[in-house]
Ligand binder design. Structure first.
Ligand code: PLP
Length: 403
C-alpha cells in the first residue's frame, strides 16, 4: 500500500544526545546509586509538581506499594480502585494484604466518577480505608468531586498519575495545580517507564506534602533502615556511655524493601524532566491533529471526550470505535493496521476480569468499564511523530474500517 512507511508503535520514548551525556557523566562520577543525582531528581520533581516532597523509587509499581504501606493498609482493609487501569494499581492493595473494591468508571472517559465511587463505597461497607483514583490517559479524575462524595471525605486518596505527569488539575481550593501537587490527596504516584511521558528506564516517584509519610517512605524504600539517631529505639546498643550514636549503627524499626532508584536512572530522569513542557506541548499538538483528522471518520470513530480545559499531559491517544457498525471487529482492525505499519493497543482489559481477581472476588458487573473496554483503541502518540505520521494513521484506520 502506498501508505506504508516505517512502523509507528503506540508509544515510545524520546532520548536525545544530552540525555545520553547526562547518564555517561553519572557513570564517570562517584555515585552510581544513592547520592546527589537522586537528590537533584527529587528536588526537580517537587518543584515541577509543587509538592513539598518527592521520593524517587525503582518503578511505579513500587511507588504504589509504598503508598499502600505508608497508609498502614493491611488485612481487613478495603481499597477502592477503578477497574479501568493497569494491573499495578489494584495489586498494590493486595501486596499489603488489603482487599480491592473495584469501582466502575465513566464509559466514555474511563475515569472514576462520584457516582461510581459512591457505589464502590457502598459495596465496601465500613471497611474502606483508602481510594486510589487513576488519571487515565493523562486526563485527571475530578478530585474535588471525588473527595466531596459522601463517605469519602475522611479517606486518604492516592492519585495514580502514572499517565499524567506534566498536566494541570482542578483542586478543591479552586486554584488549578500541577498534577502531583497533592492538593486533594495524601500522595501522588508516578511511573517513568519509557512508554510514559518522560523516561528514566525503570523508574517511579511519589509526591506528598506530609513530612511523616515522606520520612517513612524514604525508610521503606531502603529495606526499612534508618541511620537517624533521633529515631533509634534501642539505646543500649545504639549509643555509647557518653550518649553518642555508635558510628556503625543503624536500625530497622519495620520491614521495608529495596525500592531505591539508582543515580544512573535519576540522571536520565532529571535530564528528561527538563523537556517535560516541550514533550507535553508536542503531544498536545499531535492530539489536536488527530482530533481534526478523525472528524472524517465520525461517527464510527470518536476521540475521547475532553473532561477539562486544563493542560493534559496526554499519555495515550485513545479513540472509541463502533466496530459493529463498521461490520468488523477490533482484532481484525488491529491486524490490518499492523500490516500498514501502524501499532495499536488496548488500554485496558478491566482488572476485575483478570483470572487472579475473578478467582478472588467472583464475577462483578461493572458496565461502564466493560463498555469503555469494548470500544477503545490506542493509536500511536509519541514525541518524534509528525503531522504526516498522524495523517497516515488516520488514513489507515479509515481504510481498516472500510471508509
Ligand atoms: C505504568 C503504570 C503503572 C506502573 O508503573 P511501572 O513503572 O511500570 O511499574 C501503574 N499504574 C498505571 C496507571 C500505569 O500506567
Amino acid at each position: 500500500m502506498a501508505d506504508t512507511g516505517s512502523f509507528l508503535p503506540y508509544g515510545k520514548h524520546c532520548i536525545e544526545d544530552d540525555d545520553i551525556e547526562a547518564v555517561a557523566e553519572t557513570l564517570r562520577s562517584d555515585f552510581l546509586t544513592t547520592g546527589p543525582k537522586v537528590d537533584a531528581f527529587e528536588r526537580r520533581l517537587a518543584e515541577i509538581t509543587g509538592a513539598k516532597h518527592a521520593i524517587a523509587v525503582s518503578n511505579g509499581t513500587a511507588a504504589l506499594h509504598l503508598a499502600a504501606m505508608a497508609l498502614d493498609l493491611g488485612p481487613g482493609d478495603f481499597v477502592v480502585v477503578p477497574t479501568l487501569t493497569f494491573l499495578a494499581t489494584a495489586n498494590a492493595a493486595r501486596y499489603v494484604g488489603a482487599e480491592v473494591i473495584f469501582a466502575d468508571v465513566d464509559p466514555k472517559t474511563g475515569l472514576l466518577t462520584p457516582d461510581t465511587l459512591a457505589d464502590a463505597l457502598e459495596r465496601g461497607g465500613g471497611d474502606v480505608r483508602a481510594v486510589f483514583p487513576v488519571h487515565l490517559n493523562g486526563q485527571t479524575a475530578d478530585m474535588a468531586a471525588l473527595t466531596a462524595t459522601q463517605g469519602a471525605g475522611d479517606l486518604p486518596f492516592v492519585e495514580d498519575s502514572c499517565h499524567a505527569l506534566g498536566g494541570k488539575q482542578a483542586t478543591t481550593s479552586g486554584t488549578p495545580a500541577p498534577v502531583g501537587s497533592c492538593a486533594d490527596s495524601a500522595m501522588t504516584v508516578f511511573s517513568l517507564h519509557p512508554v510514559k511521558v518522560v523516561a528514566m528506564g525503570e523508574g517511579g516517584a511519589i509526591t506528598t506534602n506530609d513530612d511523616q509519610i515522606h520520612d517513612r517512605i524514604k525508610r521503606l524504600r531502603n529495606i526499612g533502615m534508618t541511620r537517624d539517631p533521633d529515631t533509634f529505639q534501642l539505646a543500649a546498643q545504639a549509643f555509647d556511655e557518653a550518649g553518642a550514636a555508635n558510628p556503625w549503627y543503624y536500625e530497622m524499626p519495620e520491614l521495608g524493601f529495596n525500592y531505591r532508584a539508582s543515580a544512573i536512572h535519576c540522571a536520565l530522569g532529571l535530564s528528561q524532566l527538563a523537556k517535560l513542557d516541550r514533550f507535553v506541548a508536542a503531544r498536545n499538538q499531535l492530539l489536536a491533529r488527530y482530533r481534526s483528522g478523525l472528524t472524517a471518520l465520525s461517527p464510527l470513530v470518536e476521540p475521547l471526550p475532553v473532561t477539562s480545559n486544563l493542560e493534559t499531559g496526554w499519555h495515550l491517544c485513545v479513540v472509541h470505535i463502533d466496530f459493529k457498525a463498521a461490520d468488523t471487529d477490533r482484532a481484525t482492525v488491529m491486524n490490518m493496521l499492523r500490516e500498514n505499519s501502524v501499532g495499536t493497543q488496548v488500554h485496558y482489559l478491566p482488572v476485575h476480569r483478570q483470572p487472579y481477581y475473578q478467582d478472588r472476588y467472583g464475577e462483578l458487573s461493572l458496565p461502564g468499564a466493560d463498555a469503555y473496554y469494548e470500544s477503545v483503541l490506542t493509536l500511536p502518540l509519541y514525541v518524534g511523530m509528525n503531522d504526516q505520521d498522524v495523517d497516515r494513521v488516520v488514513r489507515a484506520l479509515g481504510e481498516a474500517l472500510g471508509l
